[in-house]
Design a protein around this ligand. Structure first.
Ligand code: 6PG
Length: 262
């Protein structure tokens, strides 16, 4: 993997706009090559602004949404209509407004027995991507958020999921909020063609530095403390989209908005 691409936007509105431009640009590329654009959405609250931007003009008209398949990077073990459900956030801000057909939405079943839910989701991904073991499915795009403790998806510091090397989807526990989570593993995420971190707000500045700049020498140990460091795509692109507040602690030169067409 090359160095991550870093883009710093002035504020959260510009951040959402840049993320939407990137989403549509990547999607067009895949669809024009005859494919279906398969995306795994991140959880939390940050993506809502991106979803609302994609569901509004001009973006709502710039992609053939019938050729997009939506998956999830992680989910809380709650029903799909629960306020904490990542699916519910996407349903309200993206799937509903764009009238995405249910058959193109593949949610993790937070309401089911967690062990059964991850087994089913892994089987579903492998079947839809035609990737039986030992092959690895490769999402076209995986969107990720970043927690203040440098977790991403539901890969939390010091948890067993961080050591998973062969499974695609596992159950994990969160130290805050809904305890049980379903999550793609770093091994699965690192097979994607493009991975995009979408990070906004001063509260994340410390975590951004811990992941992108500080190096405690033993890289492996750093992953246990800063799980987002485990995201290093094997062949794909890694892009960090940050607003100024989230990037405020970085010492490296703040790049302008490099075109994603490079
Ligand atoms: C989740 C996420 C998680 C999230 C970060 C950032 O289900 O909570 O997938 O990794 O992306 O915690 O969350 P915010 O965007 O709410 O700050």
């Amino acid at each position: 993997m090359g160095a991550p691409e870093l883009r710093v936007l002035n504020d959260s509105k510009e951040l959402a706009g840049e993320a939407a431009e990137l989403f549509v640009w990547l999607g067009k590329q895949v669809i024009e090559q005859g494919g279906r654009f398969r995306v795994a959405l991140s959880g939390g609250s940050t993506p809502r602004a991106l979803y609302e931007t994609l569901a509004s003009r001009p973006f709502s008209e710039r992609l053939d949404w019938k050729r997009v398949e939506f998956y999830f990077g992680d989910e809380r073990c709650v029903p799909p209509d629960h306020p904490e459900s990542n699916f519910r956030t996407a349903e309200e801000a993206l799937f509903g407004p764009l009238r995405i057909a249910p058959e193109r939405i593949f949610r993790m079943k937070g309401e089911a027995d967690p062990d059964e839910a991850v087994r089913q989701y892994e089987a579903l991904i492998r079947e839809r991507f035609g990737a039986a073991p030992p092959a690895w499915p490769s999402f076209d795009l995986i969107l990720l958020g970043l927690g203040e403790d440098a977790h991403t998806a539901s890969l939390f510091p010091g948890t067993a999921a961080l050591n998973e090397k062969t499974r695609l989807v596992v159950v994990n526990q969160s130290p805050k909020g809904v305890k049980n989570r379903l999550t793609l593993t770093a091994a699965a995420i690192n097979q994607a063609q493009t991975v995009v971190f979408l990070v906004s707000g001063a509260g994340k500045a410390g975590a951004v530095c811990s992941v992108l700049e500080e190096d405690d020498g033993q890289r492996g140990q750093g992953v246990a403390r800063f799980p987002a460091r485990s995201i290093r795509p094997v062949k794909g692109r890694l892009i960090w989209l940050l607003d100024g507040a989230a990037a405020a602690g970085l010492t490296i030169a703040k790049q302008g908005i490099a075109s994603h067409e490079e």
